[in-house]
Design a protein around this ligand. Structure first.
Ligand SMILES: Cc1cc2nc3c(=O)[nH]c(=O)nc-3n(C[C@H](O)[C@H](O)[C@H](O)COP(=O)(O)O)c2cc1C
Length: 157
């Protein structure tokens, strides 16, 4: 919701993955997808169903930014792993994945969200670093929507 508010409610729409199908992605040019990690490095069932529907989809021409929610202190070996799973599924669709994020400021042992030394998208840790969330969202969104709030393109979160 914070991301939705930052972009502007008039320029974007937000949907729960549980109420969405992969085909819904076709209606948007810029997509922002957020995924928490559960179990031990797993995604939630709703996301598993959604990603199964993503197979064989063509998202060529779409820009997709992804973010993950995790807990680096309790799950230091599987920190935000589901973000990497989402990245891999999207990589097969021809879309452009934007918004990789530095690991500076996080403390973890292993993360399946790493691609070329960076997180594949923004990582938020509401359990241990809640005070950094607003700043991280702000800095990240400025990189994926460079024209700022007033020029934001329609998004799906
Ligand atoms: C049972 C359980 C398992 C979790 N497993 C992981 C994990 O493997 N890796 C991780 O980074 N976070 C893990 N977390 C932390 C959640 O990702 C974190 O609390 C997140 O903010 C939840 O977001 P949500 O409330 O939007 O679903 C786990 C949390 C719970 C309760």
């Amino acid at each position: 919701m914070k991301i939705f508010e930052w972009i502007g409610k008039d320029k974007s729409s937000v949907k729960d993955v549980a109420d969405s199908r992969a085909g819904d992605l076709l209606y948007f040019d810029l997509l922002i997808l957020g995924i928490p990690t559960w179990g031990i490095g797993e995604m939630q069932d709703d996301w598993a169903v959604f990603l199964a529907g993503l197979e064989d989809m063509d998202l060529t021409g779409k820009k997709v930014a992804i973010f993950g929610l995790g807990d680096q202190e309790s799950y230091p070996d599987t920190f935000s792993d589901a973000l990497g799973t989402l990245y891999d599924s999207l990589s097969e669709t021809g879309c452009e994945i934007i918004g990789s994020w530095s690991t500076l400021g996080y403390e973890f042992v292993e993360s399946g969200a790493l691609r070329d030394g960076m997180f594949a998208g923004l990582v938020l840790d509401e359990e241990n670093q809640q005070q950094l969330t607003d700043l991280r969202i702000n800095d990240w969104l400025k990189t994926i929507i460079p024209n700022g709030k007033s020029e934001g393109q329609p998004s799906h979160i």
